[in-house]
Write a protein that binds this ligand. Sequence first.
Ligand SMILES: [Zn+2]
Length: 78
Amino acid sequence: MLKSCCVVFCTANKLTNYELKFYILSNKHKEPERRTKWLQAIRREDDQGKLWNPRTKHVYVCSWHFITFMYIILHFCQ
Ligand SMILES: [Zn+2]
């Protein structure tokens, strides 16, 4: 499965952006709090306009967004 960034409007994927790293979203059962913070930072909505909660395990964030969101989480989500 091709790794691609889950952020809206981000087109980064492992095929065309091989220099980037792709970080997998935290597991729902192992790290629920960390996962929620990340989903809040990603700010993607589902069909009903609620906070996106992907069912697949294969959700990745590219290193551009990883750095941005890590900053947001560390400074604004404590
Ligand atoms: Zn991205």
